[in-house]
Design a protein. Sequence first.
Length: 326
Amino acid sequence: MKGKVLSALRSADGYVSGQELCEEFGVSRTAIWKVINQLKSEGYSIEAVPNKGYHITGFPDVVSASEISSRLNTKWAGRTVKYFETIDSTNEYAKKMADEGAGHGLLVVADEQESGKGRRGRVWSSPKGKMVAMTLLLRPCMRPEKASMITLVMGLAVARACKRAAGLDVQIKWPNDIVINGKKLCGILTEMGAEMNEIHYLVIGTGINVNIEEFPEELSDMATSLLAELGKRVSRAQLIQYCLEEFEKCYDIFMETQDMTGLMEEYNSLLVNREREVCVMEPGNEYRGTARGINKEGELLIETEDGSIKEVYAGEVSVRGIYGYV
């Protein structure tokens, strides 16, 4: 209800009468008045003028379920939102919800994440009110070996969303980072519940540094935020909106072929690894070469010193000049 009223106020050109809201949502004037007061208590600036109605004039930087729901123009992505002020891990909660039968497109979002997860067991912290910390639950009908490409699909969606929300041209560091000016802006972690030949669910955790003013000294040369790059704050809810809208578009293209065929050209154009010297670290093996882009299976193509091409499916890939690799 609150999200619907907020959407009506947001889309209105001027004032909306209380009676119009009552008729649209089939509730009493008292119910509308209570919702308006709830929104005001959450930081929304709403003018109430007799005989004219309500007019929204200011929005707080919140990522509540009602704020996100009031913005979305998706068919399925994020149509159900679970919001937490503080949570240990959005991925862990999404997996729990998946085990309990939650549907395709569920979004779990938190204002603060205390034990966020990165690749290889690393911790991804999310300071309160400064980041996007979200996880999207998917139930795709495809084989488990194709699941890793979903990380690439989300990476492309985040890159598009950052362009829409902040006007910034970011790049993708295969397989799961978004970077700008050689520094990390976003990390993506996809986890899977599956059997040998069947995916039960995927959860895609995405953490974006949005309005962080400064980083700890040990991270200042490696990490950045939209605020740091743009010089002004960015609406986190709008960024989430754009991420979900762009992901839905990219995902639908991906599922047509269940590979990167329809997205590969755009992905490679944003790939910071491409035509750069890289160091590939696989279990028990480390080598250098030049990245040539991804193939339709989402593998990173590495040309080694002898001219042969290696297809990297997984592992750590460091790019010269990125995150301190010199």
